[in-house]
Ligand binder design. Structure first.
Ligand code: DAO
Ligand code: DAO
Length: 277
């Protein structure tokens, strides 16, 4: 059985500056100490603001317990800025490796939170395609290993990007145009100039009658043979076989210019842990 901690429970405690670091601090503190251990640490060092803040947060936000360990505790993990919750395993074997937030500037002014996302990879496929190859690489070298990340994107490893809509006024038209911009630029980057038809085939799936209210869940799954299957609230919206399209979608989340850098780092660290087992 695969077992690893999420997110970053082995990283040194960072300074607490953002809600994101907040959960990291909790993970770091709680991984090192049981709740009783943390209480003892506080009594020994009452000025330890890191531990105190982590404890306060544990008490006030139970959802974060789920982020401590996906192996011992398969509770959902909450994206800290939006509260959107992600199961630690979906489709029986797709394991959560990282969560993040897609923001977008409107009219070049304010950023809106559009959706929270979770990046999942199939346990068995990671084992089959990557574990053997990286068997002799140390855990430290695996973390942030560009070749490993490249292999994850290129190999036929089953993956799902789950999007959970947090913006309440999303129109299909704005989804289509955002998609043309973000995925279009990746198709162009990886596939050259002749990618219009592919983009149109994908956007043709977004029927005008679809509604995407807050809380809607879109799964973009890469299935065996580089088939991209899109489901909206569990209902299939379409299926397209294209390695280029799969790669372009993954690049938005774990490529060189990801929507959320921290999410990509989570994926790298947790993938390394998964392979190191
Ligand atoms: O209301 O015009 C507006 C702003 C909407 C921004 C939409 C961004 C869409 C991002 C893609 C969402 C994919 C589900
Ligand atoms: O965030 O820029 C982005 C692109 C995300 C991919 C969006 C895929 C949306 C597919 C579902 C459409 C449903 C009508």
């Amino acid at each position: 059985m695969v077992s690893f901690r999420f997110p970053f429970s082995f990283a040194p405690p960072p300074s607490i500056a953002s809600p994101r670091n907040f959960s990291v601090a909790i993970a770091a503190s709680a991984a090192a100490l049981s709740i009783t251990g943390a209480a003892i640490a506080i009594s020994q060092n009452p000025d330890s603001s890191l531990v105190r803040t982590a404890l306060n947060c544990l008490v006030s936000n139970r959802g974060l317990w789920g982020s401590l360990s996906l192996s011992e505790n398969s509770s959902p993990v909450a994206e800290p800025r939006t509260g959107a919750s992600f199961p630690s395993v979906i489709r029986d074997s797709h394991r959560l490796l990282g969560i993040g937030l897609r923001r977008k500037a409107i009219l070049g002014l304010k950023n809106i939170d559009v959706y929270a996302f979770g990046v999942y990879a199939d346990d068995g496929d990671v084992n089959k395609f990557l574990s053997e190859k990286y068997r002799d690489v140390s855990a430290a070298e695996l973390k942030g290993n560009d070749k490993l990340k490249e292999d994850l994107m290129e190999c036929d490893v089953g993956m799902t990007i789950r999007l959970q809509i947090v913006y309440g006024r999303l129109s299909i038209r704005s989804v289509r145009s955002a998609f043309e911009e973000s995925v279009g630029s990746r198709l162009h980057k990886f596939g050259g100039s002749d990618t219009k038809e592919l983009l149109q085939r994908f956007t043709a799936q977004f029927k005008d009658e679809y509604k995407l209210p807050k809380g809607s869940i879109i799964d973009l799954s890469r299935e065996r043979g580089y088939v991209l299957r899109t489901t909206i609230d569990g209902k299939e919206a379409g299926c397209i076989q294209s390695k280029l399209l799969c790669r372009s979608i993954l690049d938005l989340y774990i490529g060189d210019e990801p929507f959320d850098r921290k999410a990509k780092e989570d994926v790298e660290v947790n993938l390394a842990s998964l392979i190191g087992k």
